[in-house]
Design a binder for this molecule. Structure first.
Ligand code: ZN
Length: 107
């Protein structure tokens, strides 16, 4: 019988033996690296990049039927980074360089 070979080596870290799903481990590893748990971009808040932070906030607002916009952390970040809206794709390399350039201009 032919023994099975794997193209990728198993990741051995503190999360390997946790009794949680592989998806959860993926999120824990992204969080440890300081990256968004959904897309891998640099984190803006605890677990998410700015794009997903805003997407999450808007989804919750829609679900709750919110009408007011109270002062919150994500609005302040949105203003500071001159975010161009959820339609701008953050995953591409072109946008990554734009993000870096704008970050260097900040005081
Ligand atoms: Zn993200």
């Amino acid at each position: 019988m032919k023994t099975r070979t794997y193209s990728r080596r198993k990741i051995e870290d503190e999360f390997t033996h946790l009794p949680v799903s592989r998806g959860w481990k993926y999120q824990l590893r992204r969080h440890k690296e300081g990256r968004c748990i959904k897309c891998g971009q640099p984190q803006a808040a605890a677990y998410l990049c700015l794009r997903h932070l805003i997407a999450n906030r808007e989804a919750i607002r829609r679900k709750a039927g919110a009408t007011r916009r109270n002062r919150s952390f994500s609005y302040a970040l949105e203003q500071r980074r001159k975010y161009r809206g959820p339609s701008a794709s953050v995953g591409s390399r072109k946008n990554l360089t734009v993000e870096r350039r704008s970050a260097s201009r900040l005081p």
